[in-house]
Design a binder for this molecule. Structure first.
Ligand SMILES: *Cc1c(COP(=O)(O)O)cnc(C)c1O
Length: 394
């Protein structure tokens, strides 16, 4: 066998992944259906309540409230819809700006635009991968001023109404720092916890730190409903409003169809919720497997030079949704070779999403210096992260 020194980075990474996941091919993230999934979906079909009314969708909300500690949960068709409604209920209006990280899935930026508002990109911190509160405070102190109680961007004259921190790959952002900025700059915070079910900051579940948070249950997330999402809130009025406008704003009545507002057909179907109920029963097992996978990768990657495996930030408990390696700047030249070699070896790896501020629809949006987010995006690579990579007898 080659000594470590004569192996290329790609060979070392492949060897490390192989030690952990074995020699069979491994995708980035696949769902596992080892519980009551078939049974609940069949029960749902037998009940004929497959659409937006039914027992499973109510139960899914209750189970999610129990798991996250959120007082109210409103289940919707996907995480993007959850973000759209959460931003509306946060008071984001046409012409506003909303602070978001450039290192996120496109849904975060799209939802801002659905409200007629403008994404405003702010930089990330290397230890959390999410918005950097120190850099942000510094930026806001020179870039904005408070006018009649609103935070106004001095360059554009527009109100910065809200911020949407993302718990990237399941790692909680520095919430304490961001909450204090939101307070000082009169910003509503909406937590994009789409990737972070089962992640905690200071022992509290992500998505429950502000008036509004959201989750996603897409097929590639930690648990799935096929497609699905949820709005989390502790505010009864917000919860009622969210439930109302996600169910077409129909007034309750046995046979009349009257609507008192522009509503959205965003309610999660019962059929999807049936799958979700079974998945939530599996969630503790899935989280344990993902944490064990991290532990094994951590051991394997101590052998690899110039590469660091990303671990949960201080004070945080991460769900380890996507395992991530970070390449040192001086070996960056080998990243494409690394991606090619690992994928050729059957191990699916992927760089981060392309940066939102560089993507066509958002390239003219306001932004601060994004050097850390850009550096992270250039250096990070996601590696196989499925819970099924850890045998289920765990
Ligand atoms: C998955 C995801 C969403 C929501 O996506 P849907 O596919 O609409 O459920 C939103 N934000 C982030 C950061 C995500 O990863």
């Amino acid at each position: 066998m080659n000594s470590k020194d004569s192996m290329t980075i790609s060979e070392q990474v492949i060897a490390a992944i192989r030690t952990v996941v074995g020699s069979s091919p491994a995708v980035l993230h696949e769902p596992t259906f080892n519980g009551n999934e078939w049974r609940y979906v069949k029960e749902c079909l037998d009940s004929t309540f497959v659409s937006s009314v039914g027992e499973f969708v109510n139960r899914f909300e209750t189970d999610l409230a129990d798991f996250t500690g959120s007082t109210y949960v409103i289940a919707v068709v996907n995480g993007t819809a959850a973000l759209h409604i959460a931003l509306m209920l946060a008071g984001v209006k046409s012409g506003d700006e909303v602070l978001i990280p450039p290192l996120s899935f496109v849904a975060t930026a799209n939802a801002v635009v659905y409200c007629g508002a403008n994404p405003h990109f702010v930089d990330c911190h290397e230890s959390t991968l999410g918005i950097d509160p120190v850099k942000l405070r510094d930026y806001l102190s020179t870039q904005t001023e408070l006018r009649s109680g609103y935070c106004v961007n001095k360059s554009t004259g527009r109100i910065i109404r809200a911020m949407v921190p993302v718990h990237t790959f399941g790692h909680p952002v520095d919430l304490e720092g961001l909450i204090s900025i939101a307070r000082d700059y009169k910003l509503v915070m909406i937590e994009d916890a789409a990737e972070s079910i089962g992640s905690y900051y200071d022992n509290q579940h992500t998505g429950t730190f502000s008036k509004l948070g959201i989750l996603s249950f897409n097929g590639n997330k930690t648990v799935t409903t096929g497609g699905g999402g949820a709005i989390l809130t502790g505010d009864v009025a917000v919860a009622k409003h969210a439930r109302h406008i996600t169910t077409t704003a129909k007034m309750p009545h046995a046979w009349e169809y009257r609507h008192d507002d522009i509503g959205y057909n965003y309610r999660l179907p019962n059929l999807n919720a049936a799958l979700g109920c079974a998945q939530l029963e599996q969630l503790p097992t899935i989280l344990a497997a993902k944490r064990e996978l991290f532990r094994r990768y951590e051991q394997a990657f101590t052998q690899v030079s110039n590469i660091k495996l990303i671990s949960e930030p201080e004070k945080c408990h991460s769900n380890y949704w996507l395992q991530t390696i970070l390449m040192d700047q001086d070996v960056l030249g080998q990243r494409n070779r690394l991606l090619e070699a690992t994928n050729n070896a059957g191990y699916m790896t992927r760089p981060a999403w392309s940066m939102l501020h560089e993507s066509q629809p958002f390239k003219n949006c306001p932004k601060m210096d994004l050097s850390c987010a850009c550096s992270l995006a250039a250096r990070l690579v996601n590696i196989p992260s499925s819970p099924s990579l850890i045998p289920s007898e765990l």
